[in-house]
Design a protein around this ligand. Sequence first.
Ligand SMILES: NC(=O)c1ccc[n+]([C@@H]2O[C@H](COP(=O)([O-])OP(=O)(O)OC[C@H]3O[C@@H](n4cnc5c(N)ncnc54)[C@H](O)[C@@H]3O)[C@@H](O)[C@H]2O)c1
Length: 323
Amino acid sequence: MKRILITGGAGFIGSHLCERLLKEGNEVICLDNYFTGSKENIIHLLDHPYFEIIRHDITAPIMIEVDEIFNLACPASPVHYQYNPIKTVKTSVMGAINMLGLAKRINAKVMQASTSEVYGDPEIHPQPEKYWGNVNPIGPRSCYDEGKRCAETLFMDYHHQNNVEIKIIRIFNTYGPKMDLNDGRVVSNFIVQALLGKDLTIYGDGQQTRSFQYVDDLIEGMLRMMNTPKEFIGPVNLGNQNEFTMLELAKYIIELTGSTSGLIFKPLPKDDPKMRQPNTALAKSMLNGWDCAVHLREGLEKTIEYFDSTLRKKAARKKVARV
Ligand SMILES: NC(=O)c1ccc[n+]([C@@H]2O[C@H](COP(=O)([O-])OP(=O)(O)OC[C@H]3O[C@@H](n4cnc5c(N)ncnc54)[C@H](O)[C@@H]3O)[C@@H](O)[C@H]2O)c1
């Protein structure tokens, strides 16, 4: 049994990771300040004898004895990370320093949840790990993109200078149950709009592409990466290579929800990448043939079911409050 710390454990990805690591017989400590995460995501785990939660902000140091750390704490959607950009930079940079300092002191292995945003608006397609990216350092997305880039730098420097055992993964767009209803990300936006019978908002002409991986595939990749030999530190891309235009995705979600919603078009936000697709050759070769196994249809159906039940619960609570 390993003792594992997950920062950002009450968030979308973190809560799935808590579940999976507990299922595998580990002791899990979930650390979160609940900025974007929620206790609802982990409430079903609270009675588990090997699950603990700590309310803490990773911009402050913490002392705790663990074998492994998954560093996920950071708001991930533009609406959330742009709400307080200075805090976003602090979370990425000071959070990385605090987690690396902790790993160094207690001799733990530490993984950084980095992002495809380190590639910015890429000039190379699909993006391999060797590509350095095309990031605007002074734009509205910079607090997140540059914060994550600096965190990667810190991970490499702690590894080279202090011999800390590190792993870096670059996560591409991920979706699934427990995503926040109002986080403004395209999959949640489209599903909520379709379920409420509202028109789906397409930014630009809808021809920009993204690739979406289901959260279970990501978690599998994260665990395989954490268990690779010490010498393999990454960064490694984890994402789905199947690419869709936003227009295709919108039409697919309307079909799967059986919604009567239409489409409305709005201007593209500043610095929005036009295309994003991972090159996953490294993940395949280093992570035992890892690949995305969940088909978009299956993943979307599970996600739609989750959003449908969450919206119903919300509506029922409102009704009770009115009575
Ligand atoms: N979801 C994706 O598609 C995606 C893509 C690339 C990278 N990532 C990375 O994966 C990680 C998890 O993303 P997610 O989608 O689950 O987002 P999320 O917002 O659901 O989860 C982030 C969690 O971190 C917590 N948090 C934020 N700031 C904190 C702080 N200062 N101290 C302690 N806790 C803090 C939040 O409350 C939340 O529970 C993030 O680091 C994100 O950058 C996610």
